[in-house]
Design a protein around this ligand. Structure first.
Ligand SMILES: [Zn+2]
Length: 146
């Protein structure tokens, strides 16, 4: 069940990744090495669960709900794509918030971000509209017991 979930959200466990490490190209390997794993970046964290709700600014369509679990071997990567299909250069990066909260030992974080991407691809600047999709997130953090 857990491995299925991890596959569904695009993360692979260490056991999945190890046999193929020698086969991946140098550039892919380099990129993967640039991303620290949870236990490397946050050794005090046992697990972390993220709940995301991404809503359009006009609330005309249903918000998108998303949940992700991070274990020790998950990549410590907290950037989420914007759900606006017409958004360019948007997205939500909450890496700093997560780092700060873990440093303070907080067990839950609530927050909100607004996407600063552009809606539409008009070459004329005055025709571009801010995406303004909104992310509301809640994060629960479990720490390693001492
Ligand atoms: Zn956006």
């Amino acid at each position: 069940m857990f491995s299925v979930l991890k596959k569904a959200i695009g993360l692979t466990s260490a056991t999945d990744a190890e046999p193929s490490t020698a086969l991946v190209s140098e550039s892919v390997n380099h990129r993967l090495q640039g991303q620290a794993k949870m236990h490397e970046k946050y050794p005090q964290v046992r697990s972390l669960a993220v709940n995301l709700m991404i809503s359009p600014p006009d609330y005309e369509t249903e918000p998108t709900l998303n949940g992700r679990s991070f274990g020790p071997d998950s990549l410590a990567f907290f950037e989420f794509r914007c759900k606006n299909v017409e958004c360019t250069q948007g997205g939500f990066d909450i890496t700093e918030t997560v780092s700060d909260s873990i440093a303070k030992g907080e067990r839950s974080i609530n927050g909100r971000r607004v996407c600063h991407g552009m809606h539409g691809r008009s070459p004329r600047a005055h025709n571009t509209i801010r995406c303004n999709y909104e992310l509301n997130f809640r994060i629960n953090i479990n720490y390693v017991e001492n």
